[in-house]
Design a binder for this molecule. Structure first.
Ligand SMILES: NC(=O)c1ccc[n+]([C@@H]2O[C@H](COP(=O)([O-])OP(=O)(O)OC[C@H]3O[C@@H](n4cnc5c(N)ncnc54)[C@H](O)[C@@H]3O)[C@@H](O)[C@H]2O)c1
Ligand SMILES: N[C@H](C(=O)O)[C@H](O)COP(=O)(O)O
Length: 349
């Protein structure tokens, strides 16, 4: 990795808030040493619409030119059709995925230090001809050719691990066993293999990426009251408890399965470094309650650094200049730290 490779920001769904939160950070000087990936014309139009004083300039993908105060450098990917803010168009699905592919290729070829993703709209990508798409996390797993990844969201306070164990209500790390799938399919997807693989990756990266020497992970049950000894569901007895016993035998500090309704209370969180939730809304509803807009998403288990925002495309806010860019800033700061840790040094971190 060259010592002046930029950090890449994919600008996400073009009709959503991704382009403008990227521009807002650039205008604030928070995108220095970074490059946006998206349609240059779209970014110029959106900057003009928002009245941002910013030069939006194109550079060749792979070049070392990076943004500076008042200047946003863009690696161009062409929109397939023009965009109206707030109005989805499935014709642009391929454009969104192309921005991701450019970022992955650049990270893997050593032309970039890390990638940070602005939000995309899963549904419009599926409708645009990519029926198996379910989210960045799963797409990146496949694009990078790895078997398993972990979605971890953490609030700003918990991202930079001077303190590891839980400190207070806005301090939370939540990882997921299952990610983007219908609730009806969740119970079948919570398997012994899935829990053990995800837990190992989580424990490894809490050590390697967050500097937590002996991570303690609290694991949610799947069913109400963690199954009530099998009376309210058998997944705890049949799957989760055996998986946690195997993990403990390997030396992992995993607690549970604990009833998810009370796990997220101070008494239970006090000695914990991360919570492992069984499904998306079990964990992320709490995380977003604790710190929506002040948290970031990281994909563990990839051969590259990828972080993201904690929110979606917020279509009703697009083009109005009122979206909060803070989570993108948190994701950028995290990506910079993790890239530096991996030796993907950036210019003047
Ligand atoms: N990282 C990602 O790519 C990502 C993350 C979450 C959701 N999504 C996708 O986004 C789409 C919309 O999802 P949703 O409606 O469930 O969630 P959303 O986060 O887009 O919106 C939820 C609520 O939060 C508000 N909001 C979101 N971001 C905001 C910001 N930066 N500033 C101020 N208010 C903000 C919205 O206006 C809305 O009221 C879906 O397609 C979903 O899959 C993508
Ligand atoms: N699960 C994420 C959230 O709710 O914030 C979001 O859907 C984004 O996931 P990907 O990073 O996999 O697109």
């Amino acid at each position: 990795m060259s010592n002046n490779a930029p950090l890449l920001v994919t600008t996400g769904e073009p009709a959503g808030i991704g382009p403008e939160i990227t521009l807002m950070l650039a205008a604030n000087g928070q995108l220095n040493n970074s490059v946006a990936i998206g349609d240059t014309g779209l970014l110029k139009q959106r900057a003009a619409l928002l009245g941002l004083h910013l030069d939006v300039v194109e550079a060749a993908p792979g070049s070392r030119e990076a943004s500076s105060p008042g200047r946003l450098v863009v690696w161009h990917a062409a929109l397939r059709e023009p965009v109206i803010p707030g109005v989805l168009n499935s014709a642009n699905a391929g454009y969104v995925l192309e921005t991701l592919q450019i970022a992955v290729d650049a990270c893997q070829q050593g032309h970039a230090a890390a990638m940070v993703t602005a939000p995309l709209h899963k549904g419009v990508i599926i409708e645009g001809g990519f029926p198996s798409f379910t989210g960045h996390t799963e797409w990146l797993r496949d694009a990078c050719g790895v078997d398993e990844v972990v979605m971890l969201l953490a609030t700003d306070q918990a991202l930079h691990a001077q303190s590891s164990r839980w400190q207070g209500s806005s301090d939370l790390r939540v990882a997921l066993v299952t990610t983007h799938l219908p609730l009806r399919e969740v119970a079948d997807a919570v398997t012994y293999d899935k829990i053990t693989r995800i837990s190992r990756l989580l424990a490894t990266d809490l050590k390697n990426q967050f500097g937590i020497v002996a991570p303690r992970i609290a694991v949610c049950g799947l069913n109400p009251h963690a199954g009530e000894d099998g009376h309210l569901g058998r997944e705890e007895l049949d799957v989760i408890i055996p998986a946690l016993e195997a993990l403990r035998a390997e030396g992992l500090d995993v607690q549970g399965p604990l009833p998810a309704d009370t796990l997220f209370t101070p008494r239970h969180l006090a000695g914990v470094d991360a919570v492992l939730a069984m499904y998306h809304d079990q964990g992320l509803a709490v995380l977003k309650y604790a710190g929506f807009g002040q948290a970031a998403n990281i994909t563990l288990g990839l051969p590259l650094v990828r972080t993201s925002v904690d929110h979606g495309t917020a279509l009703s806010l697009a083009g109005r200049g009122i979206a909060d860019p803070n989570s993108l800033g948190v994701a950028l700061a995290l990506a910079k730290r993790l890239a530096a840790q991996r030796g993907n040094a950036l210019i003047a971190l």
